[in-house]
Design a protein around this ligand. Structure first.
Ligand code: SF4
Length: 473
């Protein structure tokens, strides 16, 4: 691992911009911590920085376009500041490799599995002014365990302290599902589960530092499997293991792939272990069996709904979230209506809806024609969100008058209704165990602690209330 900057390089300033999912946020946090440990200081803007790193996402075309647009801006800046170093990390780096390195603004390209090398790459670029690239060759054949990445993950795990009392912990990397629209298996590589003892050590250390909630991360987290001697571990075993860690009060996990495999065991763990939060993120993607087949999703809409029903029977009060793609190739109005019907039956707490965009290198891009017009995609997107909003509104209004426990995250980013203000009682935001967002006024010292909030008003995605008391401080 990199030891640190030479004296001459001390106090170089780095600005990091991050796009994409929670995996990327975690990678950004790890990279940030490693750079700080090596002697770099963080800057929150490009102006005062010597280095700009962009952690990129390739899941949607729009996400890549935003990065290219930012690179255009940086190229302009480099006309007057040629010594500025620009590095691209994350999924776009792995997907585009040398093509990105050829961009005038780019000095460093570093794939997501190569981030332990980031400090060396940046230091070399500062010293030698050379362009450099490190990505994983033949990523689907890459060896299962990656000791450097494992060490990197363990050493810099508590990097993201922006939400006090909480931490993300990756339990597996990569994906083997090959949904026809998705680039992840090609840029994050095969599924690799981290050793249980490493996860356990890491979470014990986090608990020792005051972390109360861990969110376990995996692209398809319920595929977790690890064999040590005679014992084969699945996600339910990991949930039980983490439940035993003193100091950890709440455990969440995302994202689950809809499959019966291990589902009952995971639900039993949720039902029987009080620390496991009743929240299930289970993307359906479509309600049409024809589209699900074209997406290479391995379930029918009926099987999906049965999984949700089992979850609700086993874990009373479980809140669910879904993901959908509208305008997938050959999606007819009838297919879309099947999706609307599924959303109505599923009654999610919330769902994320995306318009299909073909990703180069995927089966969808090679074999399917992107034949749903943009205006139709847009219309379906709006319509599906409206259906979900009504459901979210009905579900959230059931909280009126109830008192919920939240883990307080900090200051609410945007002003909401119920805006009693004042230095001693700013507007705070927290989440319940079932992941409902609650906004209320209280002392900022509550951040990172549990609090009880009586709900007095609701909107589809947010509960508003009054602080009843603080717990566990
Ligand atoms: S399960 Fe499908 S959508 Fe999710 S990361 Fe894997 S390939 Fe992509």
């Amino acid at each position: 691992m990199f030891d640190g900057l030479e004296n001459g390089q001390a106090m170089k300033k780095v600005h990091i911009k991050s796009f994409g999912c929670q995996m990327n946020k975690l990678d950004t946090a790890l990279v940030t911590a490693s750079l700080q440990k090596a002697g770099f200081t963080l800057s929150d803007n490009v102006d005062g920085s010597d280095i700009v790193l962009i952690n990129t996402c390739s899941v949607r075309e729009h996400a890549e376009e935003k990065v290219f647009s930012h690179l255009g801006f940086l190229r302009h800046i480099k006309e007057t500041r040629p010594n500025l170093i620009v590095g691209i990390i994350g999924c776009m780096a792995q997907r585009l490799g040398n093509e990105l390195l050829e961009h005038e603004a780019v000095d460093i390209v570093c794939g997501p599995n190569q981030i332990p090398a980031i400090c060396e790459l940046v230091t070399e670029a500062l010293e030698k002014k050379n362009k450099a690239i490190t990505v994983t060759e033949n990523i689907r054949q890459a060896s299962a365990q990656n000791p450097e990445l494992e060490d990197f993950e363990s050493v810099y795990d508590r990097a993201d302290k922006r939400i006090p009392g909480q931490a993300y912990v990756r339990v597996m990397r990569g994906c083997d599902k090959f949904c026809s629209y998705c680039i992840v298996p090609y840029v994050r590589g095969p599924e690799v589960s981290r050793p249980p003892e490493k996860i356990n050590e890491q979470i014990k250390r986090l608990a020792g530092e005051g972390v109360k909630q861990v969110t376990l991360l995996g692209q398809t987290i319920n595929s977790y499997k690890y064999t040590a001697g005679e014992k084969a571990y699945n996600l339910a075993d990991i949930l039980a293991m983490v439940s035993d860690v003193d100091g950890i009060e709440w455990i969440k996990f995302v994202t689950s792939y809809p499959t019966k495999k291990n589902f009952d065991k995971i639900l039993q763990a949720m039902a029987n272990l009080p620390k496991i939060c009743p929240y299930l993120h289970l993307p359906a993607q479509s309600g049409s069996d024809k589209i699900l087949r074209a997406m290479n999703r391995k379930y029918t809409s009926q099987e999906y709904l049965e999984l949700l029903e089992t979850a609700r029977d086993t874990v009373p009060g479980v809140a669910t979230a879904g993901d959908f793609i509208v305008g997938f190739p050959s999606e007819t109005q009838e297919d879309f209506e099947a999706t609307v019907s599924l959303v109505k039956k599923a009654r999610y707490k919330n769902c994320f809806v995306f318009k299909y965009s073909p990703r180069p290198g995927t089966i969808g891009d090679k074999k399917l024609q992107d034949n749903v017009p943009q205006d139709v995609k847009k219309k379906r997107n709006t319509e599906l969100l409206a259906v979900q909003e009504k459901i979210s509104d009905e579900l959230s209004s059931q909280f009126l008058g109830r008192t919920v426990t939240v883990l307080v995250e900090g200051l609410s980013k945007k002003p909401h209704i119920n805006t009693e203000t004042g230095i001693d009682r700013p507007q705070l935001v927290g989440r319940t165990a079932a992941d409902w967002i609650a906004v209320f006024n209280g002392p900022i010292s509550l951040a990172g602690h549990f609090a009880k909030v009586k709900i007095t008003q609701t909107s589809p995605l947010t509960l508003f209330g009054e602080l009843v008391n603080e717990v566990g401080r």
